[in-house]
Every structure is written in C-alpha cells, then in structure tokens.
Design a protein around this ligand. Structure first.
Ligand code: GRF
Length: 187
C-alpha cells in the first residue's frame, strides 16, 4: 500500500505526535509523517522528530509571510494531509484555500461544546457529566469544522483539571489515528 504524505504541526509537548508516529509503524496505516512543522524552537515535541528522523522545520510565526513559507515546504514534500496536534496558532482562511487538501485538528472537548482554550477549567465550572476529545476538519471558523471522531468519558467527583487533561489525552492518542483510518477508509 502506498502511504500518503502527512505533515504534523505542533507547538509544545508533542505527545499526540508521538502517538501518531507509533501508529505509522503499522504498514497498513494510511499515512507516513513526512514533515513536522513547529513554531516553537524549545518545543519538547521536536525530540520525537529528531529521534525518528522526521524532517522538521521551525517556523517563526511572527514573520509576515510565514504561512507562505510553510506552503512552499509542504509542496516540496507532496503533503496531502495536515494534522494539527497542539499547534497554538490559528490557520488562516487563505492558507486553507491555498493548501486545498485535508487539514484536521484534535481538540480537548466534545465539540461543539467548549471551543477555544482552557477547556478543562470551563468543563468543570459548567458541571458537565461527560467530556472527551474531538478530531475534526479545519474550516475557517475555529474548532467548528466537520467532526470525524469523538471519544468521551464520565467525569468523576474528584476529577480536577490535571486529571481531566490526563484522561482526555489518553483518548486523544487513540482518536487521532482512528480518525485518519476513517478518512482513508481503512480499519
Ligand atoms: C492536546 O491535548 C490537544 O487536544 C490540544 O493540544 C494538546 C497538545 O498536546 N489541541 P501534545 O502537544 O500533543 O502533548
């Protein structure tokens, strides 16, 4: 099977990137990670790229033309899927249009609930019964594109933000790969 070239965007820890790398070791997994884009030169997640010899580019998102620079690299690597895995920068409408292929994002809530940042804090404040994660297509509106996969769990009495984050991320590691299999209809 010919794997599609995917590019992962990160800004920080990169634990979702690591989970994706593990999935790509399965020869039947539909993508390979051909490029990593990171906008933070001290991101811990860069270590996963180095360890697995994945080409990576550190982009200065304060530069006016940074999205064009990314697009240029993405063309070079014939990327057909972009996975946003904790990339803390909003992707512009122009970028989405110019790339013209699939862009997906992982978000730590059950969308459409709790779009944006500080999800765990808001989930607790709102006394939600359940929470979880969502993998969705990226559209012009933040955290509002079509949902591909969701995974959820019931919140326990003693769960605090830290615990919710840990439980949510555990589900994210499964959900991201599951969503990619679903996109390419491989199970
Ligand atoms: C994830 O929890 C994801 O939901 C959010 O950013 C976090 C990134 O974590 N978009 P990591 O960098 O993959 O560890």
């Amino acid at each position: 099977m010919v794997k599609k070239n995917a590019c992962v965007f990160i800004s920080g820890q990169g634990t979702n990137l690591n989970a994706l790398i593990k999935s790509t070791r399965d020869q039947n997994f539909p993508i390979k990670i051909s490029l990593l884009i990171c906008n933070n030169n001290s991101a811990k997640g860069l270590l996963y790229a180095k360890k697995n010899t994945i080409p990576y580019i550190i982009v200065n998102t304060n530069k006016r033309n940074f999205e064009n620079l990314i697009l240029k690299e993405i063309k070079k690597y014939k990327i057909s899927l972009i996975c946003l895995a904790g990339y803390m920068k909003i992707i512009s409408k122009k970028f989405i249009k110019n790339f013209g292929k699939k862009i997906i994002n992982i978000h730590p809530s059950l969308l459409p609930k709790f779009k944006g940042l500080n999800t765990f804090e808001r989930v607790l404040k709102n006394s939600e019964k359940k929470t979880g994660c969502t993998v969705h297509y990226v559209s012009e509106k933040v955290d509002a594109g079509k949902i591909i996969t969701q995974k959820s769990f019931f919140i326990q009495k003693n769960d605090n933000e830290k615990i919710l984050k840990r439980k949510t991320q555990k589900l994210e590691y499964v959900a991201f790969s599951e969503a990619i299999r679903k996109i390419y209809r491989y199970n």
